[in-house]
Design a protein around this ligand. Structure first.
Ligand SMILES: [Zn+2]
Length: 407
């Protein structure tokens, strides 16, 4: 396989997580009597541009045939993060009723509703009908398609070019990262800005957050690799912020090469940190597999110990990352009888691979488990604060990965 960005043949394996079904392929009861498709889950790193990327395999298009069940608005932490971003960026760029904002992967309108409220004209791009519908109900115009160069051209022709393009947690999910970047460059006004948020590869490595690896997540990005990709298509990064979302993300601010924005010192700082952590050398990547195996062993041991001690365990949250963890560790209903999730589109379904049933949060409270495993460890504090008053004092909350694992 060749690098999706620079076409260098890929020779280094970053991590091999065996085989797994697509992480968002939640199963209905009927699906349980059908065969389930597993794909290799291997991640490679390019030793030229250092883009960390999933291995190609047949039938990638199958991944998005399922009714994609993630609604951004189910997390209050995320809603607050989005509100603060909107307020900040409107001020920083001086956006007003003459501006034009485009959000790629606008989901259920969790972010653009802030721009509607501020009377800044905006447009969402979102291929998933179920979420796009919710956004439209809030008065947000949505084009129900995938973002690419053709669509960027059509938007330019119909609405004009953008003062701001927003991409939150989409850049890492696009298979054609070159085409996507070219599309951004073509849709920006001469002094337009693009902000992209993505989980920072440095955090993934340093905290061994291997559950954030799944098929739909094609790239694992550093500032260095993003600057390389931007540069190839006439864009540059002029500012960067470290933000706490998804276990530690970067928000990069990009513009056209010729644009007026001066580069912030933070860009050099963050890239320097990456270089000092070895992100420009193959050895830093080669160590990861061993670290993943140690974390997975600790997680599997937790479930076995609970079973041995006759303690009743349940899970909270059914995000894609839970499926990577459960499938790699081989956890089935014997060790984890059910998980619960606030999203109604997942309730009553089953986790892909493990076939663990998904119940409501109410059911979790009624069952009063001895231990509750919080799978979205990045918002564990929020979940714990909400659940703790509803369950017994003796209930233990635990995350298996992330900075507060097993505390
Ligand atoms: Zn490359």
């Amino acid at each position: 396989m060749k690098c999706r960005h620079c076409e260098t043949p890929l020779e280094h394996i970053f991590v091999d997580l065996g085989f797994a079904p697509p992480s968002n392929a939640y199963l209905t009861k009927e699906d349980l009597s059908k065969p389930e498709v597993y794909y290799p889950l291997r991640v490679l790193v390019c030793d030229q541009c250092w883009l960390v990327q999933t291995e190609d395999y047949a039938h990638a298009e199958d991944l998005f045939n399922n009714d994609y069940a993630y609604f951004s608005s189910t997390s209050s932490t995320w809603l607050e993060h989005s509100r603060r971003y909107s307020e900040m960026i409107v001020k920083r760029l001086g956006l007003n009723d003459k501006s034009f904002v485009v959000e790629v992967a606008s989901n259920d309108g969790y972010l653009l509703r802030n721009f509607v409220a501020a009377k800044v004209p905006c447009l969402g791009v979102e291929p998933t009908a179920s979420t796009a519908e919710v956004a439209e109900e809030q008065g947000i115009p949505v084009i129900r398609r995938f973002f690419n160069e053709d669509l960027a051209g059509e938007i330019s022709a119909e609405y004009g070019k953008a003062n701001l393009i927003i991409g939150n947690n989409v850049y890492a999910h696009v298979p054609d990262i070159n085409g996507f970047t070219r599309a951004i460059a073509s849709l920006l006004k001469p002094d337009g800005v693009v902000t992209l948020e993505f989980p920072h590869l440095l955090n993934l490595i340093e905290e061994t957050q291997f559950d954030t690896i799944y098929h739909e997540h094609y790239s694992y990005l550093s500032l260095g690799s993003v600057r390389t990709i931007f540069g190839k298509f006439g864009l540059r990064v002029w500012d960067v912020e470290k933000i706490p979302t998804h276990g530690g993300s970067l928000r990069v601010y990009g513009c056209l090469m010729s644009s007026r924005f001066e580069s912030s010192a933070k860009v050099q700082q963050v890239e320097q940190e990456e270089i000092e952590s070895g992100l420009g050398r193959a050895e830093a990547y080669a160590r990861f597999q061993k670290l993943v195996e140690e974390k997975a062993e600790a997680a599997a041991r937790f479930f076995l110990d609970e079973l041995k001690g006759s303690r009743f365990v349940a899970g909270y949250g059914a995000p894609a990352k839970a499926n990577t963890l459960l499938n790699y560790c081989g956890i089935k209903p014997l060790l984890l009888p059910f998980v619960s999730d606030a999203s109604t589109s997942k309730q009553g379904k089953f986790m892909p691979g493990s076939h663990i049933p998904i119940q409501t949060p109410q059911y979790l409270v009624e069952q009063s488990p001895d231990s509750i495993v919080i799978f979205p460890w990045n918002i564990a504090a929020e979940i714990r604060a909400e659940l703790a008053p509803q369950v017994g004092h003796s209930t233990r909350f635990v995350s298996l990965l992330g900075p507060n694992a097993f505390e």
